[in-house]
Design a protein around this ligand. Structure first.
Ligand SMILES: *[C@@H]1O[C@H](CO)[C@@H](O)[C@H](O)[C@H]1NC(C)=O
Ligand SMILES: *[C@@H]1O[C@H](CO)[C@@H](O)[C@H](O)[C@H]1NC(C)=O
Ligand SMILES: *[C@@H]1O[C@H](CO)[C@@H](O)[C@H](O)[C@H]1NC(C)=O
Ligand SMILES: *[C@@H]1O[C@H](CO)[C@@H](O)[C@H](O)[C@H]1NC(C)=O
Ligand SMILES: *[C@@H]1O[C@H](CO)[C@@H](O)[C@H](O)[C@H]1NC(C)=O
Length: 511
């Protein structure tokens, strides 16, 4: 497949610096298997996570919460040449599915149809094994060198039963949860996995007779719901994909509705590391990114059309970037006691306020780095851009925190986490991000060209004093919403298309 690439002028961070050239021409190439979402074949998977990104218990007769829809569209060469045009007698095109119902229904303890995968009884470990199995079925055959797998739809339920021991505390297994923090939970079983339904990708013709694939997933966390009669007061999610016939991009249409029993839900479309850890996930997973983007040199492009916001607590992320490194700057190695998930998110719902304020420094990062590289301490009230931040919280296993500090929720990840949540602001719009609240929100659909690399290199992340700065390599780039505990039913709806992650082309190393 032809790599989608762009010739971009890279303006170095400090234009004023005289020792550096004003600009240098750098060729950017897509880091994704499905760059710009232009592939006509479908490579899509779904994962459902409980509060700490595990499974816990599988939903009745649903299997392990990992599913995939991987379908190739093949049309006869001549029809292909004529843009897959149909003759009046109907389609000559065919769909080949690489994942079938039996694969998608695999549940913990089941044997895999091929060797090389272990049929764990533990639902958490089985889900990871199933993800790798589905990946092996979906891996495109033209790419031995830099394999890639699928877009990942992530669905997460924010219920947490403090009487259970399903989630560790900052990565540490605990026999009993003792905390004053409050979490939604309606009672026993509140951390269940969803019911999921699937329309396998199938052929449709556009008005010119050109064939495309279309498909989708929907489902609910309310196990007593009857979705065929509509979701009603129950929780609901749906993600469907079809082609924009003008641009050739996939359009992912998303919808997420909370319910009384499931007031806190998340639905993201993720470009994860093709192999290895991804943001918030401590197993060797499967994803879309063949090359990993590293700050400060990478960009993210996407078209986002928010149709319904999801209420005041909907933290809509344009975008969320996730990674993992240790407090001493070393990369993660799967040791959940010292690995730390790092997230940064821009929240574009204009109802989101700044918790970081001059009178609430506890929710601010210790300092802000200005575009020119100046460090502005959070107590410099006349200069610190408080309204550029929603909140900052520190990893629970950090040993040298500057007071005052807040520790991030110690239970909602497999390990400790650090979060820096930013808001639309002039500080960030220089990198292509929204300038003011409301930009990119409902009825303001836009195609964004975000210099995520430059922005993320300016963010504060905790590190132990005297240690070498971590390489900021990002293993997940996500877009979607997190509807926080809402006391009424809320619905968010949005579409994502043209998604790409662009990284500088690497010079081939000759041996
Ligand atoms: C589904 O696919 C698996 C693996 O390719 C294969 O072993 C199995 O026979 C298939 N099942 C059906 C019902 O087609
Ligand atoms: C947890 O245990 C307490 C005390 O036994 C009980 O009151 C509460 O309902 C339990 N919570 C859940 C979610 O089961
Ligand atoms: C499957 O497609 C039908 C017809 O378009 C639609 O009504 C239904 O909601 C879809 N279901 C899923 C799981 O996407
Ligand atoms: C979800 O998908 C199922 C299966 O395609 C369909 O019967 C149902 O109507 C859909 N539910 C909603 C609420 O769209
Ligand atoms: C601001 O914080 C820095 C770093 O903690 C400290 O050195 C300085 O004294 C503080 N300034 C004021 C005015 O509190």
């Amino acid at each position: 497949m032809a790599a989608f690439s762009l010739l971009l002028a890279l303006f170095l961070l400090s234009e004023r610096s005289s020792s550096l050239p004003k600009s240098a021409a750098v060729r950017y190439v897509s880091a994704l298997g499905d760059g710009g979402m232009k592939n006509r074949n479908a490579r899509i998977a779904l994962e459902a996570w409980n509060f700490c990104n595990e499974v816990g218990d599988e939903a009745p007769s649903m299997g392990s919460p990992r599913l995939a829809d991987c379908a190739d569209l093949t049309c006869p060469i001549l029809a292909d040449y004529l843009h897959q045009r149909l003759d009046s007698h109907g389609s000559k095109c065919e769909v080949r599915h690489w994942v079938n119902e039996t694969d998608n229904k695999l549940a913990s303890g089941d044997n895999f149809p091929v060797s090389g995968f272990t049929s764990y009884k533990d639902p958490d470990m089985f889900a990871n094994e199933k993800e790798r199995y589905l990946g092996s079925l979906c891996k495109p055959h033209d790419t031995e060198e830099e394999p890639w797998y699928f877009w990942m739809i992530m669905l997460k339920n924010g219920n947490f039963d403090k009487n259970s021991t399903l989630c560790p505390e900052n990565g540490r297994k605990v026999g009993k949860i003792v905390t004053r923090r409050n979490f939604p939970c309606f009672g026993k079983g509140c951390m269940n996995q969803p019911l999921v339904y699937h329309n396998y990708s199938k052929l449709v013709a556009d008005e010119k007779g050109i064939m495309h694939l279309i498909g989708g997933f929907n489902g609910t966390y309310d196990l007593d719901a009857e979705l065929s009669k509509g979701a009603g007061t129950r929780s609901f999610f749906s993600v469907s994909w079809q082609k924009n016939v003008k641009t050739g991009s996939w359009v992912f249409s998303n919808s997420l509705t909370t319910s009384r029993n499931y007031p806190w839900l998340m639905l993201y479309l993720r470009a994860d590391a093709a192999e290895g850890f991804s943001g918030g996930y401590h197993y060797n997973g499967r994803g879309m990114m063949r090359k990993l983007p590293e700050s400060p040199n990478f960009k993210v492009k996407l078209t986002l059309d928010v149709k319904l916001g999801g209420g005041p607590n909907s933290q809509f992320y344009l975008i969320d970037i996730g990674s993992c490194w240790k407090n001493d700057g070393q990369p993660c190695n799967g040791d959940v006691l010292t690995d730390v998930t790092r997230y940064s998110e821009m929240i574009i719902n204009p109802a989101t306020t700044s918790w970081c304020r001059a009178d609430n420094l506890v929710s601010c990062p210790p300092y802000h780095t200005s575009l020119s590289g100046q460090i502005i301490h959070r107590n410099e009230t006349s200069r610190f851009p408080y309204s550029a931040y929603h909140l900052y919280c520190s990893p629970g296993n950090a040993e040298h925190l500057e007071k005052p500090y807040d520790i991030c929720d110690p239970y909602s990840n497999p390990q400790a986490q650090e979060l820096i949540q930013i808001l639309p602001h002039r500080e960030w719009s220089v990198h292509g991000y929204p300038k003011k609240q409301g930009d990119g929100w409902i009825r303001d659909s836009r195609t964004w060209d975000l210099d995520v690399g430059a922005l993320s290199s300016r963010l504060y992340f905790y590190q132990d004093p005297g240690t070498k700065p971590a390489k900021r390599v990002w293993t997940s780039i996500n877009v979607g919403t997190e509807i926080y505990a809402s006391n009424r039913q809320e619905t968010a709806e949005w579409t994502v298309s043209d998604f790409d992650v662009l990284v500088p082309e690497q010079k081939a190393i000759s041996s």
